[in-house]
Design a protein around this ligand. Structure first.
Ligand code: ADE
Ligand code: ZN
Length: 343
């Protein structure tokens, strides 16, 4: 048998995407289509002009454009279309399970009720599971640049939709907004039986990762690449096998690392951390799940065994049940055995 190429190998491995903002999958073509549908005037002449504005210097410069894009999402069909398009892309990359973030406050503040968001998103997710075999979880995130009180109010508004969500998260502008600002909100979420995750150590200091662990009691750290500056933290993350949902293309586009060859993903993997790979906001950063995996593979010279580890970590770090995880781990083993024995 001839040796299968790396891209086909990585695509074939069953994998989970655990760090994906659904609003960040809004491609410029869809932005223009929905703007026309709703009679919204965009401050860009055309798709190419909008795409050329996707030139970011840091997290905030991205968030300013991302929150502008969200304005075209108005009815349940828009959320359906957005989610459906993402699921088709993910399926093509061999993604079998997704855990999708959304930002309830960015919709509520525009007068879009949560019922509209959930109706459209869930219709696409249920259809995606039936037609593409992709299982899913939904994780609303609080905007950390807003107040604790606003987050608490948002949590209360989410509780009628408790059955549709498995966890809560924390995103938006990191510096100046430590996780501890939301300790009481996350405690309340945990009382409701919700799991917790938080963006930490994307641009922010290691102390934010400590706070996410100790104050918010998270099950995963989103990004977390800033941990390397703190040896004791790295040891803790490794010993607890605490997952990091690393987004390599995002990290380059937002200048967290200057080039992919300087990314610390391989070092973190070699230290035994539970590293996973996700696409964050693929429409804005120009890379979906497979693009992210292949970008780090090539830049850091990751082996096929490393790619199998990343796939295994993604399933292990997911919020699937133990039985579901076992099924996928077996599938990954079979897939790796078959494809690696063809070498
Ligand atoms: N919201 C969407 N993408 C984000 C990111 N990478 N970091 C923080 N907040 C976000
Ligand atoms: Zn993110």
């Amino acid at each position: 048998m001839t040796k299968i190429d790396m891209a086909s190998f990585v695509r074939a491995l069953p994998k989970a995407e655990l760090h994906l903002h659904i609003e960040g999958t809004l491609e410029p073509e869809m932005t223009f289509e929905l703007a026309a549908k709703h009679g919204i005037q965009l401050p860009y002449a055309n798709v190419a002009a909008l795409r050329s504005a996707y030139n970011f210097s840091n997290l905030q410069s991205f968030l300013d454009i991302y929150y502008q894009g969200v304005q075209v999402l108005k009815d349940a069909d828009d959320f359906f279309q957005l989610t459906h398009a993402y699921l088709k892309r993910a399926h093509n990359d061999g993604v079998v399970h997704v855990e999708i973030f959304f930002d309830p406050q960015s919709h509520l503040e525009r007068g879009i009720p949560l019922s509209v968001v959930f109706e459209g998103m869930n219709r696409a997710l249920v259809g995606g599971e039936r037609e593409l075999g992709i299982s899913y979880r939904v994780i609303p995130c609080f905007l950390r640049h807003l107040s604790e009180a606003a987050a608490m109010q948002t949590l209360e508004a989410l509780l009628p939709y408790r059955e549709y969500i498995c966890a809560v998260g924390l995103d938006s502008s990191e510096n100046g907004h430590p996780p501890s600002k939301f300790s009481r909100v996350f405690a309340r979420a945990r009382e409701e039986g919700l799991l917790t995750v938080a963006h930490a150590g994307e641009e922010g200091p290691p102390s934010y990762i400590w706070e996410a662990l100790d104050d918010l009691k998270v099950s995963r750290i989103d990004h977390g690449v800033g941990c390397e500056a703190d040896e004791a933290l790295c040891q803790r993350l490794a010993s607890e096998h605490m997952p990091l949902t690393v987004c390599p293309v995002s990290n380059i586009k937002l200048a967290v690392f200057d080039r992919m060859e300087s990314h610390n993903l391989k070092r973190l993997l070699q230290r035994g951390l539970c590293v996973t790979v996700s696409s964050d906001d693929p429409a804005y950063f120009g890379g979906y799940e497979l693009d992210n995996l292949l970008a780090v593979q090539q830049a850091l010279g990751l082996s096929r065994e490393d790619m199998v580890t990343l796939a295994r970590n993604s399933i292990e770090a997911s919020f699937l049940s133990t039985a579901e995880k076992q099924v996928w781990q077996k599938m990954i083993g079979k897939c790796a055995d078959t494809l690696m024995s063809a070498e």
